[in-house]
Design a protein around this ligand. Structure first.
Ligand code: BG6
Ligand code: MG
Length: 217
């Protein structure tokens, strides 16, 4: 059966979690409370809107609809400044090795991200040409852990869901991949991503032999 490979963006291809963190921390500080790196773990894979809701819960802040909308925009304006100068040096180690290996074998590749900034980031780091489909926060109505983003990616690739492999760094993302009945590969702390079918700290631990086994399965 034809296989498809789906990559999350933030925390899998590039370490943008640090820029999301800086932008949320700036907003929290302006609103008069702290926001820690540990709390930022809760934001991984989660939509911008849900992140702001969680941030306000952390700071025990109420917001009018107008304030909520203003802060959503403000966070993104700050985030865009942080990512403005991103380039290929910010691609996480050995991601390109895996993308190139898949491409050489004509295996379809999709992006499955919650971010509405996904495409410009792929352009900045020069990886856009690897992707046959891009499904991101602009195309889905239900956020991870709902499987919608990955099911839509599989559909666009023309591959059965059960024949897709998903690389994810977020608990919500691993849950979404599992709910889609795909082969989930956790990238990061195995203790946090224990629900994944396979676990690696990063792509340097993933051999092309392992990718070949997934293709041949
Ligand atoms: C996910 C990140 O990929 O995208 C989340 O892990 C982020 O932290 C979400 O909130 C939405 O991103 P953006 O760029 O649309 O604000
Ligand atoms: Mg991620």
């Amino acid at each position: 059966m034809k296989k498809g490979f789906i990559f999350d963006l933030d925390g899998v291809i590039v370490d943008t979690a640090k820029y999301h963190y800086l932008a949320w921390k700036k907003l929290a500080n302006e609103l008069g409370f702290e926001f820690t790196k540990e709390q930022n773990e809760l934001f991984k894979g989660v939509s911008r809107k849900r992140c702001l809701e969680i941030l306000l819960e952390i700071g025990k802040r109420e917001a009018t609809q107008k304030e909520f909308d203003t802060w959503m925009v403000e966070k993104n304006v700050d985030y865009l400044k942080y990512i403005e100068n991103m380039d290929a040096s910010e691609i996480l180690p050995d991601v390109t090795k895996v993308l190139s290996f898949l491409k050489e074998q004509n295996i379809p590749i999709a992006l499955g991200s919650a971010s509405k900034n996904a495409q410009p980031i792929l352009e900045k780091v020069g990886l856009l040409h690897y992707f046959d489909a891009i499904v991101d926060g602009n195309n889905v109505t239900k956020a991870k852990p709902d499987p919608e983003v990955f099911l839509l990616a599989a559909k666009q690739l023309g591959v059965n869901a059960a024949d897709c492999v998903v690389f994810e760094d977020a608990v919500a993302g691993v849950e979404a991949a599992n709910a889609a009945k795909m082969i989930s590969i956790g990238i990061g702390d195995q203790k946090i991503l224990s629900e994944a079918v396979h676990n690696f700290n990063d792509f340097t631990e993933i051999s092309t032999d392992f990718i070949q086994e997934l293709i041949d399965k």
